[in-house]
Design a protein around this ligand. Structure first.
Ligand code: G6P
Length: 604
């Protein structure tokens, strides 16, 4: 969602801000803006509804300066417009803000009594007025004073025309990262905006304020206690943030899956005891034996990969396991049990609903592990332990390689739990061999991309589609439908194949294709019966299967190599990603930035 980038140093910061904002585009936004301190010491602001390219194209002549702050905005309070875009200015103060100020109306009313006039409808502008109203001499203290009256979440960067040698950043619930350069410093909400300039970063914690100067930074708490921060090195190379010759990040990330799976597995398979080695769980075998139930929480694709994960845990460890949308869980006053293991799943590690669910669990004394891609993110830090995916940055809004890597991480967790319980060494060996085979098998599926693209081109004309799968195939179907909706905007609904005859079959007709997940497992014959039911109503069928099927049952078969039945969902999902991608391309959609969606949903 919203993105922040800021720079302080001797060079003109405008190109850095524009480049940084372009790097944050993938998160989703509807307007953008920058503010710089000009040579004559005045704050100059340029904002525009639409893309960063529109902002750059409309830049006034000689728009230069330093320091500077920039922002991409996803509208929450107030419609997307030039006026509501950030930075917001009040006198010498300019600010950019991510997050939501919950008591904005109250603060606005108070400030108005004192004569404040607001230009925008945003909650963020209130911050600029509060800081400008402070009587403190230095900017850091003014920011601190202002923040003491604020209720809500924020990641902010503030510029003050009276203090050209400093910018001040602060964080509460919305990420802020400092980038350390050579006689210059950067601030951003996401390392993606920084990797071109520096690999050395410092993540602010909630309740921290940073005074950032060209030659360094000082961090402190809201009550002015100095904090000590150790810089860390970004472990992914800058190229991971580039499309590297691919037309879209989504396709690049689909093709990165064999390597992403290898990274997720690296160093984690223990061939001696036929189990998984997961040092980050921070739970020993005895503690894990106490677990009676597993509940996986996540949103969107993270939730569906959690469903695959819950099934793996039940299959391999025989522990009752389920997945639930974190966005629902957090609002239903959940009963938190001491012997349940809760697992929060998130690519970004920032999704607010998932973070709130994890925080609610922690508050109630629940045991929470994180399965997270983004290192050092809020959810990762909030959990008691967990597993990083190591899938590398995922830029396309639609999750692909992190869905797969999450399912693989759950296979490792399930194997580990299984071997602590009753999974035999022979079965452990079988699963390890299966996991080793996954990267090569994904390569095989990717080699069949043209066939999937041809099928997708045909499906792109459909008005809607069903996705059906049984048991292990059901979360695969749900994720397939989600992918198609997200990028092709075609209506897609997923059902358990077994449920078709209990209602949705009424809709099957020659105009409504069904994508069916038909693995060669113990439910194969049941799935063939489902196909028969659909064909009897002349419904078109696209089957994702391990074998060729009777042409009477399916118009197209997309073949996937067979693995162990428990691991099959990981592979069955891959062609559905390609199907959604190619349908979206055939329809001419903006694949990497689908309408109405953001990569990290950091608001409620
Ligand atoms: C948003 C995105 C989805 C994503 C979900 C969870 O809704 O549009 O594609 O699956 O967030 O994101 P997370 O970063 O928590 O995995």
């Amino acid at each position: 969602m919203c993105g922040i980038v800021a720079h302080i140093g001797s060079r003109d910061c405008v190109p850095i801000l524009l480049e940084g904002l372009a790097r944050l585009e993938y998160r989703g936004y509807d307007s953008a803006g920058i503010a710089v301190l000009s040579r004559s010491g005045e704050v100059r602001v340029h904002k525009a509804k639409g893309r960063v390219a529109d902002l750059a194209a409309g830049l006034p002549a000689r728009f230069k300066g330093s320091p500077g702050i920039g922002h991409t905005r996803w509208a929450t309070h107030g419609e997307p417009s030039d006026v509501n875009a950030h930075p917001h200015v009040c006198g010498p103060i300019a600010i950019v803000h991510n997050g939501i100020i919950e008591n904005a109306d109250e603060l606005r009313a108070k400030l108005s009594v004192d004569g404040a006039v607001f230009a925008s409808e945003t909650d963020s502008e209130v911050l600029a007025h509060l800081i400008a109203a402070s009587s403190a001499d230095d900017l850091e203290e003014a920011v601190r004073q202002a923040l003491t009256s604020v209720v809500g979440t924020y990641g902010i960067v503030v510029l003050d025309a009276r203090h050209p040698d400093v910018i001040v950043a602060a964080r509460n619930g919305s990420p802020v990262v400092l980038g350390l350069g050579d006689k210059e410093m950067f601030v951003a909400s996401d390392v993606a905006a920084l990797v071109r300039y520096t690999r050395q970063v410092v993540h602010l914690d909630d309740g921290e304020v940073a005074a950032v100067r060209a030659d360094g930074f000082v961090t402190s708490t809201l009550d002015a206690q100095t904090t000590i921060k150790k810089p860390s090195t970004i472990d992914t190379d800058a190229a991971s943030y580039d499309a590297e010759g691919y037309t879209h990040f989504m396709r690049k990330e689909i093709h990165e899956q064999p390597r992403a799976v290898e990274r997720a597995l690296r160093g984690r398979l223990d061939s001696r005891f036929h189990t998984a080695h997961l040092g980050g769980l921070n739970m020993d075998a005895r503690q894990l034996r106490e677990i009676r139930r597993v509940l996986v929480l996540g949103c969107g694709s993270a939730y569906y990969s959690g469903q695959v994960g819950a099934q793996l845990i039940e299959d391999l460890a025989r522990i009752p396991a389920a997945a639930e949308p974190a966005s629902e869980f957090r609002y239903r006053n959940p009963v938190v049990e001491a012997d349940t293991l809760y697992v929060g799943v998130s690519q970004s590690g920032e999704t607010y609903d998932t973070l709130a669910a994890v925080q609610e669990l922690k508050r109630k004394g629940g045991q929470v592990l994180g399965v997270v891609n983004s290192v050092g993110s809020a959810i990762a830090r909030e959990c008691d332990g967990g597993m990083y995916l190591h899938a590398g940055p995922e830029i396309s809004v639609t999750s692909t390689k992190t869905f797969t890597a999450t399912a693989v991480a759950f296979a490792l967790l399930a194997l580990h739990l299984g071997r602590i319980h009753d999974l035999s060494p022979a079965d452990g060996r079988r699963i390890i061999a299966g996991l080793h085979a996954v990267p090569g098998q994904i390569e095989e599926i990717l080699a069949g991309e043209q066939h999937v693209a041809d099928v997708a081109a045909e499906l792109a004309n459909a008005k809607g589609m069903f996705f059906v799968g049984r048991v292990r195939g059901y979360p695969v179907a749900r994720e397939g439908a989600q992918k198609l909706k997200e990028v092709s905007y075609l209506h897609a609904e997923a059902y358990p194949a077994s449920e078709l005859k209990h209602g949705p079959l009424a809709l099957v007709n020659p105009e409504l294709p069904t994508v069916a997940i038909v693995p060669s497992d113990e439910l194969f014959d049941k799935n063939l019966s489902t196909l028969g039911e659909i064909r009897a109503r002349r419904g078109p069928v696209i089957a994702v299967a391990h074998t060729d099927l009777d042409p009477k049952l399916a118009d197209h078969v997309i073949r996937v190599p067979k693995n162990e039945p428990e691991l099959d969902p990981i592979l069955l999902s891959v062609p559905l990603q390609m199907l959604a991608y190619h349908a979206a391309v055939a329809l001419g959609n903006d694949v990497d930035k689908p309408r109405n969606l953001a990569k990290s949903v950091t608001v409620e």
